[in-house]
Ligand binder design. Structure first.
Ligand code: SF4
Ligand code: SF4
Length: 405
């Protein structure tokens, strides 16, 4: 698509990046077929091609409206459209730029400002843990809509105490330690079984929550703080940065792009991205060793829900399924596995109706497999699906850890 950038953006790095992305789009519409919001709403402007067109107009100087903002808000940022696109359009990056401009031009109603601010500050605050524990203590008394966001209290089990020559950094995110502490502990135990020591820097958000709520400056502050916190461990020889929440992994893998023009951080960010691996990428080469460490257990029929941030964001497809199969799981094929479950970070709070429709559609597909357990790779998806699932929903590393001798 040809674009004629408006004066306010044409000489900026963002403008040039956006123009390059829009130019790649040949308007074929293949992406609309795999877009969850287009499937639900059937409106061109609630599909990727329509949203690209809306952003192009804004870049060319057309004043956005509340309606423009609504169509961009309804996007899950699932990036299924990027997987489908034959022209390599980096829709996610274009959406970030478009949303940022629209956010500055269109004031939001007070109720939206309050909700977005509460999410931005509440989820990443040090008070989130105590608030979650208080909610868990009275969970049975909570209204259904709140209870859905408060998983039952869980024991994490023992954290391994052994030291090993091989060390990897395991960043502890903002919500996962309070919502499902066993995921990090299970990761550390599995790594320990492979004689790898998990080192945890101080807990903090990867920046994704603020970034996707269009507060790009605040997100960049978190990104720089994380690099500062991780850098001493990298210099001391940590061989990888392990991400066990695919949403955080997708964000951290963007650090070098986000800081590419920052002379103090560009090189460090590049190194951080070079070291960052999803847990499946770390464990897949060790399948044989892990297989020997597993206690024999009855073959369990499991189904894996691949989070969008894993399959579309990080382009990691089939790796977890292959590993689980090698470890003796019987993996049930999942229909519409490319579709988002509706969790999408804060989307389930900000767009509850669309989110619930997608959750119910995903659960129907998962239940149709008759699997005994649903496995996934991101805390958001796990919590979202667990509230409504007829079988347990767990992180796949918890399933693996529970079988270790
Ligand atoms: S990111 Fe997902 S919801 Fe947004 S346009 Fe692309 S496919 Fe549709
Ligand atoms: S599939 Fe790619 S090129 Fe085709 S309309 Fe969608 S974004 Fe544009």
């Amino acid at each position: 698509m040809r674009t004629q950038l408006a004066d306010f953006i044409k000489d900026t790095a963002e403008g040039k990046e956006a123009e390059d992305i829009v130019r790649r789009c040949v308007h074929c519409g293949f992406c609309t077929a795999t877009c969850p919001t287009y499937q639900l709403l059937g409106d061109e402007l609630d599909g990727p091609r329509g949203r690209i067109y809306l952003i192009k107009q804004v870049l060319e100087g057309v004043e956005p409206t509340r309606s423009t903002q609504l169509h961009l808000d309804r996007c899950l940022t699932c990036r299924a459209c990027e997987t489908t696109c034959p022209s390599g359009v980096q829709y996610g990056r274009l959406l970030d730029i478009g949303r940022g401009i629209v956010e500055e031009k269109i004031p939001r109603p007070a109720i939206e400002r309050v909700a977005r601010s509460a999410l931005k500050h509440g989820l990443t605050s040090k008070l989130f843990g105590p608030a979650m524990r208080a909610g868990q203590a009275v969970r049975a008394l909570l209204p259904e809509s709140v209870r859905a966001k408060v998983p039952e209290r869980q024991s994490a089990g023992a954290w391994p105490q052994l030291t090993h020559a091989r060390k990897m950094l395991l960043p502890i995110g903002c919500v996962q330690p309070s919502m499902s502490p066993n995921i990090d502990a299970a990761t550390a135990r599995v790594l320990n079984a492979l004689k790898i020591q998990a080192i945890t820097p101080r807990a903090s958000c990867c920046g994704a929550i603020k970034h996707h709520l269009n507060d790009h400056e605040a997100a960049l502050t978190e990104v720089r703080n994380n690099i500062d916190a991780w850098w001493p461990y990298i210099e001391a020889g940590a061989e990888a940065i392990v991400m066990n929440a695919s949403g955080c992994g997708a964000m951290v893998k963007e650090y070098s792009h986000l800081l590419r023009d920052n002379p103090a951080y560009a090189e460090k960010a590049r190194r951080v991205v070079e070291l960052t691996r999803d847990l499946a990428e770390i464990l897949a080469p060790h399948a044989e060793t892990l297989g020997t460490l597993l206690q024999s257990r009855k073959t369990e029929r499991v189904v894996f829900h691949p989070p969008c941030t894993l399959q579309h964001g990080q382009k990691i497809r089939g790796v977890v399924e292959q590993l689980l199969r090698q470890l003796g799981a019987e993996i049930s094929p999942l229909a519409e596995s490319h579709l988002c479950c509706g969790s999408a970070g804060t989307y389930s709070v900000l767009q509850p109706e669309l989110s619930m429709q997608l959750r119910d559609r995903k659960l129907a597909a998962l239940h149709a497999t008759q699997a005994e357990v649903i496995l996934s790779a991101n805390i958001g998806c796990i919590t979202h699906l667990a509230n409504g699932a007829q079988v347990p929903v767990r992180h796949w590393v918890e399933w693996l850890d529970s079988g270790l001798a």
